[in-house]
Design a protein around this ligand. Structure first.
Ligand code: CAA
Ligand code: NAP
Length: 240
């Protein structure tokens, strides 16, 4: 029977590439999204992958949504916590709302996504937890105190879960993408974006599929001895 994989924010951007790649690798995939119904429908029409709508920042909504996925597709074996947002501003201009929205989505959202499926993984003695962090969680970024804090926090979650899951056949790893060509990066002012591309040794933005490949590897049986690790895929922009 095919393993079941859940990808939050799996209907567009990096998540879309992850959903498609996992489906191509033989997983039964469920993709979640927050509010862009039109894109989610187009994604399902094109791929046949089911989509589910809930806000990852809401624990009860996540728990109920994940239960529905498991009811319809079976126990979740692979969970990819990918949903994330930016609310960039220099620290002196950052509002408490910008801080909270990003923490609620990118950090608490990761807890909300993994926590409800964790007991089942322990019982079944198998699980793959993969969190999409960021280069900016590793190095910090002007204008992203909120975002960088959450993405660094995500690495702490993964390293701790790796220790708790090891005896139960569960691995927990992170992928830290550099700047990838999605709507999130296209929202950065063009001049700033061009300056950032100038700092990437390979001379271009990454493609979502280049991140999906890392996720596919971490989800596979071949990665069973890799846990608590981070794969950096950033075109040489930052070495950890
Ligand atoms: N280093 C040093 N100084 C910088 C700087 C940097 N990286 N970026 C901007 N500045 C300077 C500006 O030159 C400007 O200087 P002056 O006041 O002397 O002109 C000042 O800081 C900023 O000016 P403002 O107060 O007008 O700033 P702003 O309110 O317009 O906000 C910003 C600027 C929103 C932070 C904008 O610079 C920005 O969007 N930066 C990009 C941040 C970024 O990389 N975001 C990543 C989004 S994608 C993502 O997050 C995915 C991922 O994981 C990689
Ligand atoms: P994106 O194109 O903006 O897509 C974001 C996806 O997440 C969408 O499917 C969106 O749903 C969903 N989402 C956002 N907030 C949500 C919420 N509260 N609840 C549920 N779903 C939510 O982003 P991306 O560039 O693909 O980024 C994906 C992940 O990679 C993020 O965690 C991001 O921080 C990380 N990352 C991105 C880059 C990059 O350069 N792009 C680099 C490093 C790390 P809707 O479609 O409904 O809005």
């Amino acid at each position: 029977m095919a393993r079941v994989a859940l990808v939050t924010g799996g209907s567009r951007g990096i998540g879309e590439a992850i959903s498609k790649r996992l489906k191509a690798d033989g997983y039964e995939v469920a993709a979640t999204y927050a509010g862009n119904d039109e894109k989610a429908k187009a994604f399902t029409d094109a791929t046949g992958i089911k989509t589910y709508k809930w806000n990852v920042a809401d624990y009860d909504a996540s728990k109920n949504g994940l239960a529905k996925v498991e009811e319809e597709l079976g126990p979740i074996d692979v969970v990819v916590a990918n949903a994330g947002i930016t609310r960039d501003a220099p620290f002196h201009k950052m509002t408490p709302e910008q801080w909270k929205e990003v923490v609620d989505t990118n950090l608490t959202g990761v807890f909300n996504t993994i926590h409800p499926v964790w007991p089942g993984m322990r019982e079944r003695k198998f699980g793959r937890v993969i969190v999409i962090s960021s280069i900016n969680g590793q190095k910090g970024q002007f204008g992203q105190t909120n975002y960088a804090a959450t993405k660094a926090g995500d690495l702490g979650i993964v390293k701790s879960l790796a220790q708790e899951g090891a005896r139960y056949g569960i691995t927990a790893n992170a992928v830290c993408p550099g700047y990838i060509a999605t709507e999130m990066v296209m929202a950065v002012p063009e001049k700033v974006r061009e300056a950032i591309i100038g700092q990437i040794p390979v001379g271009r933005l990454g493609e979502p599929e280049e991140i999906a490949r890392c996720v596919a590897f971490l989800a596979s049986d071949e990665a069973s001895f890799i846990t608590g690790s981070t794969i950096s895929a950033n075109g040489g922009q930052y070495f950890v």
